[in-house]
Design a protein around this ligand. Structure first.
Ligand SMILES: Nc1ncnc2c1ncn2[C@@H]1O[C@H](COP(=O)(O)OP(=O)(O)OP(=O)(O)O)[C@@H](O)[C@H]1O
Ligand SMILES: NCC(=O)N[C@@H]1O[C@H](COP(=O)([O-])[O-])[C@@H](O)[C@H]1O
Ligand SMILES: [Mg+2]
Length: 392
């Protein structure tokens, strides 16, 4: 039982990160009468536009995050991005705050080394071969060990920032410099992974709630330069592949614990399913569930967080998403083409409302359903291609 938002008995959910995914979490929380507070590094972030209140702060500044949380006293602290002062979250959890799904999950997944060592070395899950390096010289040695081609990523980055494929020895220095520019922390540490020639890659949304662990139908996706372009659900898989995928997802989410939705990223290869990484929060590729499922990944996250049951998750239709990205930096622009996009059948659009564009920044997504995923992908691509950004 809890009171209405903005009254003394309100249940309060504070988002650390306020992008397009947080916006949907805030909306779902509000549907259940929860007070929402959005925090991010810049003003007018998408979730701030729908939350009851907001705060702008450096998300890696532990003292600043602590001050906001001590003042707000939220019932749930919900990380929405990776780059947060997670040491402070560990402390706050110790002091009795509820970090979703757990502060340790946020801490481990903030940095590729934490989650990769846990998955591969502690749990023994199959992954791409990997090495870490702190300098260009160390990287050269690591590339020799792993072999070419390989994938080089800053240990702290997301949405493909600073990530590149190294194909020849001459590329190594370029990849190192690219990783140094794209990483979000001061640490100059990178991971080198063997390049996996996968048949497909999926996100397995896995929910830990009072009802136990539930899985959504697998979501297939295509990424370009490490960032997602399109996703679809369900992704066709054999019974054995689904079994392996669910086993991996169960192992890693059981280890990380807590209540909430996880996005488990997996590579489907000829030799079986490999663990790639996991988000302890809704996943960008999972936006497709806003069109395909009775409960979207955002609704599921909120239900799990609040401690409510999730007896069933229904896939209502095959569906797909396709993203709209900006190609330059601007604070004065318009998103157009909605008339054309929305004249397509079974099509919806989410315009995130980000205040500025940047090269490669995701600004909107098209969501479509159809009789099968191929048709849905075609439709979503057409819808996204109808959308355009006009810069002043
Ligand atoms: N070892 C690999 N072999 C082949 N492709 C890879 C490898 N690692 C990453 N990729 C490709 O790059 C994409 C992004 O990689 P990864 O998920 O590690 O980065 P990320 O920055 O965390 O992205 P996001 O935040 O969007 O999940 C993967 O989905 C996959 O398409
Ligand atoms: N792959 C992670 C992901 O998609 N995260 C989503 O993107 C936002 C940041 O976008 P921005 O970089 O455009 O501000 C995050 O806040 C989250 O919603
Ligand atoms: Mg990823």
């Amino acid at each position: 039982m809890y009171g209405s938002p903005l009254t003394t008995n309100a249940r309060k959910l504070l988002l650390l990160g306020s992008g397009e995914l947080g916006k949907e979490v805030a909306l779902e929380a509000q549907r259940l009468g929860v007070e929402t507070i959005a925090v991010d590094r810049y003003a007018n972030a998408p979730a701030m536009q729908v939350a009851h209140r907001c705060h702008v702060t450096d998300m890696l500044d532990g003292a600043a995050i602590r001050k906001i949380i001590e003042d707000e006293k939220p019932d749930f602290i919900v990380p929405e991005i990776e780059a947060i002062a997670t040491e402070t979250l560990l402390e706050l959890e110790q002091e009795g705050f509820n970090v979703i799904p757990t502060a340790r999950a946020a801490r481990l997944t903030m940095d590729r080394e934490g989650i990769r060592r846990l998955a591969a070395e502690t749990l023994g899950l199959p992954t791409a071969p990997y090495q870490f390096a702190d300098s260009l010289d160390e990287l050269k040695v690591a590339v020799k060990e792993i072999g070419l081609p390989c994938v080089i990523k800053p240990i702290m980055s997301s949405s493909g920032k600073g990530q590149s494929v190294c194909r020849t020895e001459e590329d190594i220095e370029k990849c190192w410099n690219y990783a140094m520019e794209g990483g979000r922390a001061k640490k100059a540490r990178i991971i080198v992974e063997g390049f996996i020639t996968f048949e497909s890659e999926i996100t397995l949304l896995t929910i830990r709630s009072v009802s136990g662990t539930s899985f959504c139908a697998p979501i297939g996706h295509v990424q370009k330069d490490g960032d997602y372009i399109e996703s679809w659900q369900p992704h066709a898989m054999t019974v054995e592949q689904i079994k392996q995928a669910e086993e991996i997802a169960l192992r890693i989410t059981d280890e990380l614990g807590g209540y909430g939705l996880y996005g488990v990223e997996l590579f489907i290869t000829q030799d079986g399913v490999l663990f790639s990484e996991v988000s302890p929060r809704p996943h960008d590729t999972g936006m497709v569930t806003m069109a395909t499922q009775d409960l979207s990944e955002f609704a599921l996250h909120v239900r799990a967080i609040l401690g409510f049951p999730i007896p069933t998750i229904r896939l209502l239709s095959p569906g797909a998403t396709h993203t709209l990205k900006a190609d330059r930096e601007s604070a004065s622009f318009r998103v157009g083409g909605l008339e054309e996009a929305l004249s397509l059948p079974n099509t919806q659009v989410r315009v995130f409302g980000k205040p500025e564009t940047k090269v490669g920044r995701r600004m909107a997504v098209a969501l479509c359903t159809a009789g099968n995923t191929d048709e849905a992908r075609d439709l979503a691509r057409q819808a996204a291609e109808s959308l355009r950004i006009q810069y002043d």
